[in-house]
Ligand binder design. Sequence first.
Ligand SMILES: O=C(O)CCC(=O)C(=O)O
Length: 287
Amino acid sequence: MRKRLTDSQIRQYEDNGYVHPVAVLNDDEVRAARAEIELFEARTGKTLDYPEKSKSYLLFDWADRLVRHEKVLDAVEDLIGPDIMVYHTTMWIKDPNTPQYILWHQDGTYFHLDPALHVTAWVALSDASVEAGCMHVLPGSHKLGQFEHRDDPGENNLILRGQAIFGRFDDEVGVPMPLQAGEMSLHHTNLVHCSRPNEAQDRRMGFGISYIPAHVRDAGAQVGAPPGSAMLVRGEDRWGHFRPEQRIGAPLSPEAYENHARLMSQFRGRQDAGAQIRRNVTYSEVS
Ligand SMILES: O=C(O)CCC(=O)C(=O)O
């Protein structure tokens, strides 16, 4: 039985590799998440960045609430079934009138997941219009298999490793996937997508959650990548393919930071295996 998506939304996802908009958060939920993020930013004096913007559910309540949100999980369950794990998350913030971009890429390129059933839920915490640099997608590209990626180390590339597909889609504009605050989009791990700078007056804030069905296998060992970890958020993990993650300690406590640092180091070890250039990231000082 469908929990949240209609048959036509599911068909749209299967045929084109994405579906949007799906309403998930009410105004209070959006405001609360944004306020918590911005309080942290006020305490560190800068926009939320790596490493805290990755796997943020291990550090912050706002992120833990979002990855477990019933409405988000109901829609994800309609696509990948009832046993759901969070493999990764990234908070994508583009401040107004900044040059940050993301080139054409496929999310699962260095995730080493088999089969490629991972779905990205992108939950908007502010309006993501075309002007604000919403995602653009190439409909149906999820059926074309895995493309070769190379790294683009540009400092304005929002992806840490900067992986991108060069040469093949350079002249494509794609189809915009605009969202209003509180809505989400869902896209398939092999869907080719990108996003351009934010030319709007507000920040563009989207929380990208990588969900996998618990039965997906970790294929990292085949390329010498360290084992992956993931957090069960719905159903059961009867397969044990991933080391179980869990939150430890109060948000932003020393224990939470220690746990986050350990799991992020394992994740980056997988994600950056074979990368030519690695950007240095350090935790922000919180006052
Ligand atoms: O936030 C963006 O502009 C792009 C995010 C993205 O590539 C993703 O969530 O898969």
